[in-house]
Design a protein around this ligand. Structure first.
Ligand code: 1GP
Length: 252
């Protein structure tokens, strides 16, 4: 999978109005590979569309390699979601090639991308150009990335970032509340962003713990939702979220 096939795979789903579920695995949180494969198998059977692999803290390239190799067995795209250049792996299919648009630090806006780009070329990874926008709580991603998170009460500010991302030619926009956010991004915020996103794929994550919260996000206009923490804390519930998203897709 070394051309634009992951992008085509995801865009094809969006074009049929299918909502995408992305399973996020943080290599720093993996304690047992047997357990990882068991949970990944359940999520695969429930219909998750792809795996994201990444984290903000404590992730080495070797850790990422091992997790990616374990997930490749499922015949789904494995997409890197790197917190830094140590989050790259030649074993993956693609990566969210990100600019953290609302960081105050040029390193996270473009510096890490510059350092990582030659590695992406050498590893022949498919780059998915992604505007990463941190909202509300922000979590470790917001703290490490020196973001100024956009308040949940300011959807118009979020929409201005999304519009800027569109004009910059970003194909993906990721609204991130931060891993373990106490509350997911409100519907009005997602809706306002979805109205201006154009052809970009709108990814929403952070704090989604229940099927209802996942459905709220897709009903408000998210093309894809990400769940991470709930997979670690309550894999059964995570499976229910995947089923709910895929069932909604079939009905709409
Ligand atoms: C974090 O958006 C992801 O980068 C997922 O967040 O861990 O809260 O599901 P959760």
């Amino acid at each position: 999978m070394k051309s634009d096939s992951v992008h085509r795979y995801l865009k094809n789903k969006v074009s049929y109005n299918e909502k995408i579920h992305l399973t996020l695995i943080d290599p720093d949180k993996v304690t047992s590979f047997e357990e990882l494969e068991r949970i990944a198998d359940e999520l695969f059977s429930a219909g998750t569309d792809a795996f994201l692999v990444g984290g903000s803290v404590g992730v080495s390239e070797r850790d990422v390699d091992e997790v990616v190799k374990a997930l490749k067995k499922f015949n789904l795209p494995v997409i890197l979601f790197p917190g830094n250049i140590s989050g790259l792996s030649r074993e993956a299919d693609a990566l969210l090639f990100m600019s953290l648009l609302n960081s105050d630090d040029p390193y996270f806006i473009v510096g890490a991308a510059v350092l990582g780009a030659p590695i992406v070329l050498r590893y022949e990874l498919e780059a998915l150009p992604t505007a990463y926008i941190i909202v509300g709580y922000g979590g470790a991603a917001g703290y490490v990335g020196r973001a100024r998170p956009i308040p949940y009460e300011k959807p118009e500010l979020g929409a201005a970032y999304v519009l800027a991302a569109k004009y910059l030619g970003m194909k993906y926009v990721y609204l991130e509340a931060g891993s373990g956010a106490p509350e997911p991004i409100p519907q009005e915020f997602i809706f306002t962003s979805s109205k201006v996103k154009g052809d970009a794929v709108l990814i929403v994550g952070g704090g989604i713990r229940t099927p209802d919260q996942a459905l709220n996000a897709v009903k408000a206009g998210a093309d894809a939702i990400v769940t991470g923490t709930v997979i670690e804390k309550n894999p059964k519930q995570a499976t229910e979220i995947v089923k709910a998203v895929k069932k909604y897709s079939r009905k709409h």
